[in-house]
Design a protein around this ligand. Structure first.
Ligand SMILES: [Zn+2]
Length: 274
């Protein structure tokens, strides 16, 4: 599933679409799991508008136009947002196509857990998907004091707490494991047991983890590609995620895999003692 570095990589690779004028829109007419069908009528209304910027908050992308409206996109698990020549054959599972003259912005999503919507740019935070998001982990930074305050009284496992997008927007399953390993904190620790020192270490580790992955253009495990079709190389640099049975990069203890709330978690039983 694309997380902050992957979505930010897509955002950056969409730069060639900025300045383009929307000429038309098409939708396959098939519903996505998280919403009704993509709003084709609202997308068609954008014809004649020019794309002014592509922004991101957490794992959401916002394609702004000079019509005062933005196209909201969440990649879900397998979503791909690409800019391609109009003549290029459509890949399977293409759900939305935004015409940009000789090029097209296309949204394809095999498993349909993503989302495409149109929002009022000035009132974007009123949209149900964005209203619940906390500060963006990269643009706003991770504040250890706020992290500690949110963790107070929370019985959830720290790993689960980190996946709550209202705490920090953008951290997902891969980088939660990575950041906890970096900060030497056991993922199964209860959130309310977080100390000021651990919150400081964790906040720094989250930032480091995300920035590092972004420098490697994200982590491609299976589906993730940027808007230009390229894969990320961060998989080679993961410290702990997907490394069960391999030696810890710090202490050589074998990395363990466990499952929290249906999501795989990786940790070093020695370095991450508590
Ligand atoms: Zn270790």
């Amino acid at each position: 599933m694309p997380e902050l570095p992957e979505v930010e990589t897509v955002r950056r690779s969409l730069a060639p679409a900025v300045g383009a004028t929307i000429t038309d829109a098409w939708s396959r007419g098939v519903g996505l799991h998280m919403q009704r069908k993509p709003p084709l009528a609202a997308l068609k209304m954008l014809a004649g508008a020019t794309i002014t910027a592509v922004r991101r908050h957490g794992k959401y992308l916002l394609v702004d136009t000079d019509a005062g409206k933005s196209i909201l996109v969440h990649l879900g698990m397998t979503g791909r947002l690409r800019v391609v020549p109009s003549a290029q054959e459509r890949e399977a599972h293409t759900h939305v196509v935004i015409g940009l003259g000789a090029r097209q912005l296309r949204y394809a999503d095999a498993r349909r857990f993503g989302q495409v919507d149109v929002v009022e740019t000035a009132a974007e935070r009123a949209h149900a998907s964005l209203a619940v998001l906390g500060p963006d982990a990269l643009n706003d930074g991770v504040d250890p004091v706020a992290l500690l305050a949110r963790a107070k009284g929370k019985k959830a496992l720290l790993k689960t707490f980190l996946l709550d997008q209202s705490v920090v927007a953008g951290v997902g399953n891969i980088y939660a494991s990575e950041a906890l390993w970096r900060a030497k904190i056991r993922p199964s620790m209860r959130a309310h047991r977080l100390t000021a020192a651990k919150a400081t270490a964790l906040a720094a580790a989250i930032t480091e983890t995300l920035v590092r992955s972004l420098e490697n253009h994200g982590t491609t495990l299976r589906d993730f590609i940027a808007a230009d079709g390229s894969e990320g190389s961060n998989k080679e640099f993961l410290w702990v995620y997907d490394r069960d049975g391999l030696p810890c990069l710090r202490c050589k203890t074998l990395i363990k895999r466990t499952v929290h709330q249906g999501r795989a978690t990786y940790y070093c039983p020695t370095c991450q003692a508590a």
